[in-house]
Each structure stands twice: as C-alpha cells, then as structure tokens.
Design a protein around this ligand. Sequence first.
Ligand SMILES: NC(=O)c1ccc[n+]([C@@H]2O[C@H](COP(=O)([O-])OP(=O)(O)OC[C@H]3O[C@@H](n4cnc5c(N)ncnc54)[C@H](OP(=O)(O)O)[C@@H]3O)[C@@H](O)[C@H]2O)c1
Length: 367
Amino acid sequence: MKQNNQHDKIKVAIVGGTGYTGVELIRLLSAHPHAEVVLLTSRSQKGTPVADIFPSLRGVTDLVYSDFDDTANSNSLAELTKCDVVYFATPHGVAMTQAQGLVDAGVKVIDLGADFRLQSLEAFEKWYKQPHVCPDLLKQAVYGMPEVNREALKSARVVGNPGCYPTTAILGLKPIIDAQNTSEQAIVNSHIVIDAKSGVSGAGRQAKLDLNYAETTDNFKAYGVTGHRHLPEIEQGVNELLASSVQHHIRFLPHLVPMIRGMFTTIHLTLTDFGKTQDLQAIYDKAYDDEPFIDVLPHGQLPDTRSVRASNRLRIAVYQDNERGEATSLVVHDNLVKGASGQAVQSMNVMFGFDEPCGLELVPVVP
Ligand SMILES: NC(=O)c1ccc[n+]([C@@H]2O[C@H](COP(=O)([O-])OP(=O)(O)OC[C@H]3O[C@@H](n4cnc5c(N)ncnc54)[C@H](OP(=O)(O)O)[C@@H]3O)[C@@H](O)[C@H]2O)c1
C-alpha cells in the first residue's frame, strides 16, 4: 500500500473534482480516519485552488485542481498511479480509458459513472452508445453495493458504483427477492412498477437549459418514460445480482422534483396468494437488521427525503394490504451520498478492510 508514512492513510485521487459527486467525495473523505485526498482533477479549473470554487472547502483542503488527459500513458495516468485508489466522478466513458493502466499498477478503481455497472456488453453499448474499451476488466468488476456484494468487494480491483435510482430499487426489493428465493414461491407477481423522483442535483453541475432555476423550481415532471439508462441496471440487479427465482418485468418511471438533494422511490407490487400469508414488515426488519446504513421504519411510518439529507442512510417503509392484494416499498436516500459518493466510500472501506461506517457516520441535516 502506498500509504503516507506520516499519517498512515491511503492516498486517494478524484477525477472530476468539480462536479457534485466529486465535491461530495471531498467532504466525506475529509472526515475519514484512514484516507486522504491527495489529487483532484478538473480540465476546466486546472491550476485553481479547490477552495476558490467551493468556499465550503476553505480550511478543509489546500489542493489545487490538476489537469486530466484521458489518452493512454498520459502524465495524468502517471500521477494517478501514485495513489492507492482512484475515484472517477465523471460522465460515463472516462473511467474505462484509464482503468486498465491503473489496475496494472496495483491501483484500485471506483467509477461513479456507468462504465463498470452493466455486465452485458450488448446492454452497455445499446444504452451508452459507445463500445466498451476494456471488456475483460468489465468481467472482473464488482457492482459496488455492499449490502449485496460485500464478499466480492473485499478483493475487488474495479468497482462500478451503482446508479442512484437502481440503489433505491434494488435495496427496496431485495428482502422480497431473497425471501422468494428461500421459500421457492413467489410473494409478488412478476410485474413491478417503480415510480421514482429525484432532486435536481441528480443531473450534475453542468449548465443545461432544462436544469435552469426557472425550469426546475415550482415544477414537477417525468422524463425517460420511453426508456432510461437505469432500467437495464435495475433489471440486472433484480434478476441477476439477486438471482431472483422469478423473472420480473419492471416498469421504471423517473421524475424530476424541485428539490436539490434527495430521491423518493415508490415500488408498487401485487401480492400472490402465498404473499398474502407472509409478514412483509418482519421480512424487511430481519433482512436489514445488521445493515449499518439501512433503516426499516416501524409499521405505519412513512419515509421522507429530509430524514436522510446529507447522510449515507437509506430509509424504507413497507406497506401491505392483503384484502386488496397490494404491497408497496417506499425508499428514500440522498442521491449524492448513498446514491453516489457515500456508497462509493462504503465500498472503499470494504475493499481496504476499514470499518464500513468510517467517514460516513453523518447525522442527516434538518431542516
Ligand atoms: N449527481 C448524482 O446524483 C449522481 C448519482 C449517482 C451517480 N452519478 C454519476 O456520477 C458521475 C459524476 O456525476 P456528477 O453529478 O458529479 O457530474 P458533474 O457534476 O457534471 O461533474 C462531472 C465532473 O467530471 C469532470 N469531467 C467531465 N468530463 C470529463 C472528461 N471527459 N474527462 C475528465 N473529467 C471530466 C468535470 O470537470 P471538468 O470538465 O472540469 O474536467 C466535473 O468535475 C456521472 O457519471 C453520474 O452519472 C451522479
């Protein structure tokens, strides 16, 4: 390990340090007892002190943004290989240009983008409209969701950090899928509707007309109704990762709501006759009893996004109506924390053998 002797901390680089997930990584890692951010990149802000762009980080870091060049064997790669782990807080298509060189140098890679999430090359190329440049490395990549892949993460060299919507969908369904696998009987019918709402920071810090204040404030709209890139990731998570005994047909509908942070996902389910004999509250309570970041609310309580703001917590309520044959899983998290940077730090903790909550024991901010 290329630890700093002085502090005995692992060295961390963040490619894409001016974006929302990048700046969130800096915030979280600044409180981490075993990790230190030593390199941050931004092509547009190279040479600028981080605190000049983000006054919230004055006194937290003295780092100056470095340039980033994605060509093979570039100076950027040489600098990144001095670190123990590199986070890519960048759009899809960036991490895969550097991942092989980093792994060859013994550096672990955590991509917050989509390059290492979908195991199917065909699905990646269909949804992201570009060829994958390191398909062999993709096969070794681990989907970075500790609640599902904790063992595999311990030896992972490349991690595909989950998308924000798939995190809510997969974790919102996991207890039911696991219980179906154990009982070998369907608890819910195969058709599942996932109705999800995201705050505007989910789209990143880029300037875009439809993300203008006047376009997003006092407005609520659906998007991606004919197909969203997170759908194949949710399908992969439910049908393959959780090894569901029932092939589920998923309808996924994302919406943009006038909040900065936060995601609320409502999963509509229809109970089978067997499902009506099951106690879903007990199934969810037991499933997440030992998970440090998942909170199952008591019967009758409902989650709200404010209750998880700026924390790595994902909060779930499950509702069951046997008379109508319906069940609903209601899930909230902060898209920038458990939906992105917090989950990535959680995976890093597992990869390096640190206590899983290190740097993530944050109480949500209210109001
Ligand atoms: N926002 C969320 O809630 C969220 C949740 C889960 C996952 N994600 C994923 O996380 C990734 C980052 O999201 P974000 O919201 O932080 O994005 P963002 O705010 O748009 O920031 C993107 C960052 O990447 C850098 N960048 C852009 N193109 C690059 C390139 N070709 N090479 C190197 N650096 C590049 C940008 O800086 P320069 O252009 O100055 O280099 C900037 O620092 C995306 O893949 C996103 O889908 C986001």
